[in-house]
Design a protein around this ligand. Structure first.
Ligand code: BG6
Length: 490
């Protein structure tokens, strides 16, 4: 059982969690730069001032109150500002990725490093040069860059001035940004992903919208869908060989029981949580079930005459997705003690959970691969998977991260079954946070995913020194053997 030659083994990160240098090289602020650190129990927060000048702290998952503006508070620690400092360590880090034998590296570009205020008027040439150096360095080692145009990046200026994606003009600004990158990097980058986890985009931090009206979210997402479709169309004009994909947060979903009502509920949740987004981007139109749901909720999308045509023309070449956990869906009112990637669910008695309460379900990955491939018959790409865990040093000053190795090897085993046994077409596998980065959900540093440790704590203290964990050597062997050697040596 082996994977095809050319399978893209690698790792993945995102600018807002890894890059740092938030005020260097001409970069502008994005909304995540004003979000503090938190924990599983205490959500990350924004410090906001209302029209009367009164200060409040709100959760990053709450909508920004209508009359408030967020701002940087000198007394708070903002983890994105230095993150784990790729900005100053990129050569060292890429050399480590190369040492592991990466064939691909998924990263994102920070919109405000290219356009500090989100628009082309603010073009920052230094930002382009920064990424050019990165791509050249990757290519020097034969590592294929997989570039996400937008990974949870909302220019603060656009959020403040016009509620970000709620305003249709943001489509044009995003397109200016994307086309500039396509033109400048058409020789270096072949694989592009338009929006990270499009189905999780929400509220002020990710979309720039204020208040709690979910109709506004649907409208903003309509603009995001259009921006993505137009990126595909424009990108193909610039280089017909570009492969431009979408990205879905793709948790597995199970009905709690064989009660048909639980099954129907699972279908409904899967549709509105995941498939709506991949249906639009892979098939090119809003599915009926979503239109009905919008109608029931009274969400009337404002569209221009060619919007539906653009969605049809701008379908993606591949579907990339993140997979961390599965969730149990039930019709019964009961406590949701299980967590997951931006979700809460009923506990699954058949699965163990991570230290952060995320169910560990390798078979669920095989199921998701099959479900997505059956549904769209498009190449898939696992661009995030991994175990967020505490790492500790032993007496020999080593990090023996056996739990991470066990998690990843079990998932890789299921991934290989999906490809070799089930026939799923899969482009590659880039586990998440291949080097330690800050957590998106909690802002913590101690929730680590990496093969490479970074010396930094939850309050931002540390030397930023890099150190290889046991999993570093294990994953190197996995890549060398193209997945045939996935068992860890004791
Ligand atoms: C995905 C995101 O939601 O999950 C990443 O694309 C994120 O940005 C990852 O880091 C893991 O979540 P967390 O909360 O453990 O960082």
């Amino acid at each position: 059982m082996s994977l095809p030659e050319g399978f893209l083994w690698g790792g993945a990160t995102a600018a807002n969690q890894y890059e740092g240098g938030f005020d260097q090289g001409g970069r502008g602020l994005s909304t995540l730069d004003i979000v503090t650190s938190g924990s599983q129990e205490q959500p990350r927060q924004l410090t906001v001032k209302d029209a009367q000048g009164k200060i409040h702290n709100i959760s990053m998952y709450e909508g920004m109150p209508e009359d408030c503006q967020g701002y940087l508070d000198e007394n708070q620690y903002y983890p994105s500002h230095r993150a784990t400092d790729f900005y100053h360590h990129w050569q060292e880090d890429i050399a480590l990725f190369a040492e592991q034998g990466y064939k691909a590296y998924r990263m994102s570009i920070s919109w405000t490093r290219i356009f500090p205020d989100g628009t082309k008027e603010s073009l920052n040439e230094e930002g382009i040069l920064f990424y050019e150096r990165i791509f050249n360095e990757l290519l020097k080692y034969g590592i294929e860059p997989i570039v996400t145009l937008n990974h949870f990046d909302m220019p603060l200026a656009l959020a403040e001035s016009r509620e970000g994606w709620l305003d249709r003009r943001t489509i044009e600004d995003f397109l200016d940004y994307a086309v500039l990158l396509f033109e400048r990097f058409k020789e270096q980058v072949k694989y592009w992903i338009t929006f990270n986890e499009i189905n999780l985009l929400n509220g002020y931090v990710f979309l720039g919208i204020k208040g709690k009206d979910l109709g506004k979210r649907a409208q903003a997402l309509h603009h995001v869908f259009l921006a993505s479709a137009r990126c595909v169309m424009e990108g193909k004009k610039i280089n017909p060989d570009f492969q431009i994909g979408m990205m879905l947060a793709s948790a597995g979903m199970y009905p709690e029981t064989c009660n048909p009502n639980d099954s129907m509920r699972e279908i409904e949740v899967s549709r509105m949580f995941k498939y709506l987004y991949s249906d639009v981007q892979c098939r090119g139109y809003y599915p009926e079930y979503a239109l009905k749901e919008y109608e029931r909720n009274g969400w009337q999308l404002v569209m221009e005459s060619d919007d539906l045509d653009l969605l049809r023309k701008g379908t993606v070449d591949f579907l990339s997705f993140s997979y961390y956990n599965s969730a149990v869906i039930s019709t019964k009112e009961q406590e949701k003690t299980s967590r997951g990637n931006m979700m809460e669910a009923v506990k699954n008695p058949y699965l163990e959970e991570s230290e952060w309460g995320w169910p560990i379900d390798p078979t669920g990955l095989r199921i998701v691969l099959n479900q997505l491939y059956d549904r769209y018959q498009l190449p898939l790409f696992i661009v995030e998977n991994g175990l967020g865990a505490l790492d500790t040093f032993n007496d020999q000053n080593e990090i023996v991260d056996d739990a991470r190795i066990a998690y990843l090897s079990a998932h890789i085993e299921q991934m290989i079954k999906a490809v070799v046994h089930d026939g799923v077409k899969l482009l590659g596998y880039t586990p998440w946070g291949c080097i330690d980065i800050i957590s998106a959900g909690t802002g913590e540093m101690k929730k680590r995913y990496g093969f490479i440790y970074v010396d930094l704590d939850d309050s931002g203290k540390g030397t930023f020194a890099r150190k290889k964990k046991k999993s570093f050597y294990w994953y190197k062997k996995v890549i060398e053997s193209n997945g045939t050697s996935i068992q860890a040596k004791p």
